[in-house]
Structure formats: C-alpha cells, structure tokens
Design a protein around this ligand. Structure first.
Ligand SMILES: NC(=O)c1ccc[n+]([C@@H]2O[C@H](COP(=O)([O-])OP(=O)(O)OC[C@H]3O[C@@H](n4cnc5c(N)ncnc54)[C@H](OP(=O)(O)O)[C@@H]3O)[C@@H](O)[C@H]2O)c1
Length: 241
C-alpha cells in the first residue's frame, strides 16, 4: 500500500516534531518542513533512526520564494500531497496591553501564523487536489476563540496576547471559508486547539505534554474518514469559534 504523504511545517521541534514521530509510526511518509535546513535534516535523521520514512524540506512560511521552491520540489519528487499540517507558529506578545502593543510585533505574529498559513496552503492545494482524499489541518489555539475570549468565566478571558490571539482568530476564519469553498472537492479543512502545551513556545510552563497536545491532530490526520470539515476541535470535542 502506498504511504500517505504528510507535510508538517515547523516539524524540526516541539509539537511539529512529535506529529512527525507519531504519524510516521502510523505509517505515513513525513515531509519535515523546516526553515533551517540543518535543523530539518537533524530531525529527519532522528526519525529515520526510529524506522520512520521521512525527508527534509526547507520551508520558511514567511518567504514566498521558499514556499514556491518547496511546492516545486514536492511536485517533482512526489506529484501529490495527502495531508498538510500548518503547525509553524510564534507568539511574540505575552501579557501586553492591546492599547500599547507595538504594530511591528502584531505584524510579525501575523506573518508566520496567518499569512504563512494562507501562503503555504494556497501553494500546496494543487498537490492536495492530486490525492485520492486530502486533509488540511491548521494548528490554531483556543486563545483565538472570540467566544471564549469574551466570556469572563473562562481562563482565556484573562489572557492578553492580542497579536497572537488575533492571528489565530484569522486562521480560524481562513479554515471556515476554505472548508466552505472546498466542500465538494477531495480536500477537507479543519482547525485544532492543542491546549497549553509544554514546549519552548509556552516557555516550559504548559500543563499538557506534547503527546497530549498533538492527540487531536493525530486523530484527524490518521483517520480513514474524511467527512469532518470546517471544524475547530480539541481532545474534548468542538471548540467555539
Ligand atoms: N505550545 C502551546 O502551548 C500552544 C498552544 C496553542 C497553540 N499552539 C500552536 O501550536 C503550534 C506549534 O507550537 P509549539 O508549541 O510546538 O512551538 P515551538 O516548539 O516553538 O515550535 C515552533 C515551530 O515553528 C517553527 N517556525 C517558526 N517560524 C517559522 C517560519 N517562519 N517558517 C517555518 N517554521 C517556523 C519553528 O522553527 P525553528 O526551530 O526554526 O524556530 C519551530 O519548528 C504553533 O502554531 C502554536 O501557535 C501552541
């Protein structure tokens, strides 16, 4: 049986690497997309040591040329893509007031978390169309939920990282609109909330392990079912937009 081909952005460390490890163990062929080729190659070496089929792909999600080159490489070497996981992300603002948060910080969050997701997805849709059925999984965050952020009874109400939060809200809107556009095609589009996960990203303070953080994404990516479309979910069920 041909292995499913899965591209994960930001797969050299954190949850991206854990996704590569777990989906690789489940038999998928992993394209480790990393902006730093050395880090990508090191991750691939670790995966291959564990018997996983993996290749490295240099990809900076903020760089249109890099994205174009990566899509060209996948076209030439594989001719299709089954699963795209938009995982790369940054949060440059933490507990800063929206009234004074520098515009440059907000723009940098958006460059990776939103424009990066849109650019990468648009570049790889032609390859996803070549698969029998294909999935786009956008790693979002519950802190991007307008419903939760405006509800004083939630912990997210207390959170203040407006640039990061808005970039994930924007990813959610991209998910909804793209899922709607593609609903009669072979491609589904969903957003996932990992929770607060203990990676470098969370400053080592997350209350979930990386395994817990990737569990919902692994479930969606490995399911033989491809009818779930246009949702935002985590391991507890649907997350409000
Ligand atoms: N950790 C949490 O608590 C949490 C909660 C909710 C959502 N999330 C989301 O989950 C995803 C993964 O987070 P994580 O905790 O695993 O973060 P992480 O450990 O900090 O890893 C982030 C990854 O993104 C990559 N990256 C950053 N900028 C990039 C760019 N311009 N092009 C390509 N790759 C880039 C990094 O590459 P380098 O190694 O080159 O820096 C790294 O591989 C992110 O989208 C994040 O927003 C995380």
């Amino acid at each position: 049986m041909t292995r499913q081909l899965t591209l994960i952005t930001g797969a050299d460390r954190g949850m991206g690497f854990e996704l590569a490890l777990e989906l690789g163990h489940l038999g998928q062929h992993i394209l480790v997309a990393a902006r730093n080729a050395d880090k990508g190659n090191a991750a691939v070496a670790q995966l291959r040591d564990k018997g996983i089929e993996a290749d490295s792909l240099e990809l900076d999600v903020t760089d249109a040329k890099s994205i174009h080159q990566a899509a060209t490489t996948v076209t030439q070497q594989y001719g299709h893509l089954d699963i795209l996981i938009n995982n790369a992300g940054i949060a440059l603002d933490n507990y800063e007031k929206p009234s004074t948060l520098p515009i440059d910080t907000i723009r940098k969050d958006f460059d990776v978390n939103f424009f990066g997701v849109v650019m990468v997805t648009q570049a790889f849709i032609p390859l996803l169309r070549q698969a029998p059925f294909a999935k786009i999984l956008n790693i979002s965050s519950a802190v991007g939920s307008l419903t939760l952020a405006s509800d004083p009874t939630t912990s997210i109400y207390q959170h203040s990282a407006m640039g990061y939060q808005a970039s994930k809200t924007a990813v959610n809107m991209f998910t909804v609109d793209l899922a709607n556009e593609l609903k009669t095609t072979n491609i589904t589009v969903n957003a996932v909330n990992p929770g607060w996960v203990d990676t470098t990203f969370a400053g080592g303070g997350g209350n979930k392990t990386v395994q817990e953080g990737v569990a919902r994404t692994v479930a969606l990516a490995s399911s033989p079912d491809n009818t779930i479309n246009g949702t935002f979910s985590d391991t507890d069920g649907l997350v409000p937009w």
